[in-house]
Design a protein around this ligand. Structure first.
Ligand code: ADP
Ligand code: F6P
Length: 324
């Protein structure tokens, strides 16, 4: 008879709504497929500190609807050192864990890839509100984050409209403009500023369009800026100076990372969690679960980490065409 295998699961890097749905799916699908499942708290840091516990079907009750991660998350600079990766592998073996499922972003996958290179089987599930993991169309957390941004901007817009003002909304995304682009289209922003377009040129990227739009009679404006482009208070000050329109700044910050996951988020995270278990069942390791053409698939760590992702040119064009 084949020996019962154990999955270890952790969440790492920035938290994202829907991580809990993925944990739940890994635990429930894992147990239903005959694995034991261990939870590892606080990502790689908790692994190095042996913060590991056995999970059962009820360990993941009532987490589907909660933001954050019941396993907690962390950034663990010590994981940059080979000796700590080796120590992590020894600890995984000590707890009888046979495969490690890492729910996180690119950085977390780079850590998992190094664990895999030293011979320990790993599987990644992409989770970050930034949606900037190249191998997948969708990362856990993105849908909830953009819906949160849209709700917040709709509220700010009421005041912008009542008072004929401009509001500059700073959203998350140090290096990626996915949140800014999709939320900006959904909110009808006059300008969407993304880091992928290079350094900010306020005249070209905002003022020219605002001035021509003012001539058509519109007097209130929403500008969405990804944090990587520049800070909203600076952009707002410049807009007010150059157009004369009273302009305020709103920095949304961590409200975007928390909150109840959307239904779409829960469904996709559940699909991805189950896929990770399916891969483990088939002894397919050292890969990342992904969504391609709305279907779940997987790529090797090497493939996944070498892919490049660019903003959808059609969406960029669309935002230019209709927000006038
Ligand atoms: P994310 O997974 O959201 O991209 P980070 O980039 O902060 O978040 O990475 C999360 C953690 O993954 C880091 O704190 C570190 O422990 C681990 N990690 C990141 N890059 C590497 C790497 N090159 N080698 C080993 N571990 C890494
Ligand atoms: O989760 C992604 C993200 O929110 C980025 O958009 C942002 O730049 C970064 O994480 C900030 O995370 P922290 O404040 O935890 O370092």
């Amino acid at each position: 008879m084949e020996e019962k295998k154990t999955i270890g699961v952790l969440t790492s890097g920035g938290d994202a709504p829907g991580m809990n749905a993925a944990i739940r799916a890994v635990v429930r699908a894992g147990l239903n497929s005959g694995f034991s499942v261990c939870g590892i708290r606080r990502g790689y840091q908790g692994l190095l500190e042996r913060d590991i516990f056995e999970m059962d079907l009820r360990s993941v009750s009532h987490i589907l609807e909660r933001g954050g991660t019941m396993l907690y998350s962390s950034r663990c600079p010590d994981f940059a050192e080979d000796r700590n990766i080796k120590k992590a592998i020894e600890i995984l073996k000590e707890f009888g864990i046979d495969v490690l499922v890492v729910i996180g972003g690119d950085g977390s996958f780079r850590g998992a890839k190094r664990v895999a290179e030293l011979g320990f089987p790993c599987i990644g599930i992409p989770a970050t509100i930034d949606n900037d993991i190249a191998c997948t169309e969708y990362t856990i957390g993105f849908d909830t984050a953009i819906n949160t941004v849209v709700q917040m901007v709709d509220r700010v817009r009421d005041t912008s409209q009542s008072h004929d003002r401009c509001s500059v909304i700073e959203v998350m995304g140090r290096e990626a403009g996915y949140i800014a682009l999709e939320a900006g289209i959904a909110c009808g922003a006059i300008s969407i500023l993304v880091p992928e377009n290079g350094p900010l040129n306020i005249e070209r990227d905002v003022i020219a369009k605002m001035v021509s739009t003012l001539r058509t009679g519109k007097q209130n404006f929403i500008v969405i800026a990804a944090e990587g482009v520049g800070h909203a208070p600076y952009i707002a000050e410049k807009i007010e100076q150059l157009t004369g329109v009273t302009t305020n700044a709103v920095v949304l910050g961590y409200v975007q990372r928390g909150g109840t996951p959307t239904a779409k988020e829960r469904v996709l995270a559940t699909l991805m969690g189950e896929k990770a278990v399916e891969l483990a069942k088939q002894n397919l390791f050292n890969c990342v679960v992904a969504i391609k053409c709305a279907k779940v698939c997987h790529y090797s760590f090497d493939e996944a980490l070498n892919m490049k992702k660019t903003l959808d040119a059609d969406l960029l064009r669309l935002s230019e065409e209709v927000s006038v």
